[in-house]
Design a binder for this molecule. Structure first.
Ligand SMILES: Cc1cc2nc3c(=O)[nH]c(=O)nc-3n(C[C@H](O)[C@H](O)[C@H](O)COP(=O)(O)OP(=O)(O)OC[C@H]3O[C@@H](n4cnc5c(N)ncnc54)[C@H](O)[C@@H]3O)c2cc1C
Length: 393
């Protein structure tokens, strides 16, 4: 076996050096185990198969989960999950299902067939309710189907200055419940949920001494996006610094971790199939005003309309946050992700997902235009192509 890792496109995975900002990571001992090879991701313009755009439904106060009576219905809201819809879906469903069932009715209408609608419908069904989903679009046409597919429970979930005091604990409850539920989808055919390695690349070396960083002053109008990941640090394996010989990338600093990933194409189909197999019904329809709910026979309605709630419910606090994905032909031999200069690349079974996320979460805020921007995609692919072109082989 060749044990000169610095000259090969290989890495040592999980050999025990913990992330530490104050001391150099120990060089992992070489063992008799073969090192997994890291196949390069082919960042080539001609491999772009399509570009999709989606709008994250961001609410400064966090998702809307309250109850109101409208058009003779008890309406339970379940929308506004920002960039975290797939990561909070089951926890949010648990909360709204309880509220929906509180009145005693067993016939429930769910509006919306995205991540939030499907999980709310399944949760209600499994609690004994008879559920019909009413939606304008279903998979693969929902916005949820255009997500990048990473476990990201506090991505643009709220403005830290606009949430109430209970929200962080509520967020943690939703996060832990959802995390637990997705573990049951591991190892299934089509890999609806999987764990994959991620590499975060930096142009500057690691800072060895711990220097307290003053909080950056925000620009006027800049949102103070809530960050709660420290509350659930125990859930995922931590990221760690890699030594130069442990990775092939042409940058002075790399952090590597193992992250939960959603293969959204398979996952959304699986949830839809489960809902239908377990006796659910999906009706394609559009509501133009809340008064339209009067035509439904169900006395209780769970409103999972995502960004659609802005028009339907006239919720002007719902802020669009545009996100665009370029899809490259799949590479089953390269199942990992890389993040560099505000660009994220994730290899999923249904394609290589390339997303420009910018250097701050303000990227795309206030932009509702879902027209694909080819130049944005080409910029991202070109930048990442330079990384793989200069990677050690
Ligand atoms: C680029 C991008 C990447 C993302 N990546 C991730 C990620 O990696 N991880 C993560 O957790 N989240 C991610 N998100 C966020 C996630 O996609 C959203 O939070 C999630 O899709 C919201 O789901 P939803 O069910 O609320 O809304 P939607 O998926 O928009 O579903 C809304 C449903 O309501 C229906 N509807 C709307 N209005 C009406 C109406 N008037 N009448 C009838 N039906 C109506 C729609 O047809 C649809 O069925 C990402 C978002 C974007 C844009």
């Amino acid at each position: 076996m060749n044990l000169r890792p610095d000259r090969r496109l290989v890495l040592l995975a999980g050999l025990g050096a913990s992330a530490c900002a104050t001391a150099p990571a120990a060089t992992p001992a070489l063992s008799g185990f073969a090192r997994p090879r890291l196949a390069p991701i082919r960042m080539e313009m001609q491999r772009i198969t399509r570009i999709t755009v989606c709008t994250r439904p961001f609410r400064p106060a966090g998702p809307r989960l309250d109850v109101e009576n409208v058009a003779g219905k008890r309406v339970v809201h379940n929308y506004g999950h920002g960039g975290s819809g797939w990561s909070l879906a089951w926890g949010s469903a648990e909360i709204v299902a309880q509220k929906a069932l509180d009145g005693g009715a067993k016939d429930i209408a769910v509006i919306g067939c995205g991540a939030l609608g499907l999980t709310a419908a399944l949760t209600l069904q499994r609690a004994g309710a008879k559920v019909t989903i009413y939606a304008k679009e279903r998979t693969p046409d929902t916005r949820s189907a255009r997500a990048s597919g990473t476990w990201s429970p506090d991505s643009r979930i709220a403005d830290a200055d606009k949430v109430d005091a209970q929200f962080p604990a509520l967020w943690e409850r939703m996060t832990r419940k959802t995390y637990g539920e997705w573990q049951h989808y591991l190892g299934m055919p089509g890999e609806p949920v999987a764990w994959t390695d991620r590499y975060n690349l930096y142009d500057t070396p690691r800072i060895v001494a711990a220097i307290p960083r003053p909080e950056r002053a925000r620009d006027p109008g800049e949102i103070h996006f809530a960050e709660y990941s420290a509350r659930v640090r125990d859930l995922s394996p931590p990221f760690r610094e890699l030594e130069a010989h442990e990775h092939p990338f042409p940058v002075p600093r790399v952090r590597q971790g193992t992250v939960m990933m959603f293969n959204v194409a398979e996952l959304a189909h699986m949830l839809t199939r489960d809902f239908l197999t377990e006796g659910g019904r999906i009706v394609q329809t559009e509501f133009h005003t809340p008064a339209d709910l009067a035509r439904l026979s169900e006395p209780v309605v769970v409103n999972c309309t995502g960004y659609g709630a802005r028009a339907l419910w006239k919720d002007e606090t719902l802020t669009p946050v545009r996100g665009q994905i370029a899809w490259l032909a799949p590479q089953p031999e390269a199942r990992y992700g890389v993040r560099y200069r505000g660009i994220s690349v994730i290899s999923r079974p249904d394609g290589i997902v390339v997303q420009q996320t910018g250097t701050s979460d303000m990227w795309g805020v206030g932009v509702a235009d879902e027209t694909p921007d080819r130049a944005e995609t080409e910029d991202a692919v070109r930048t990442m192509a330079t990384v793989f072109a200069r990677a050690r082989t």
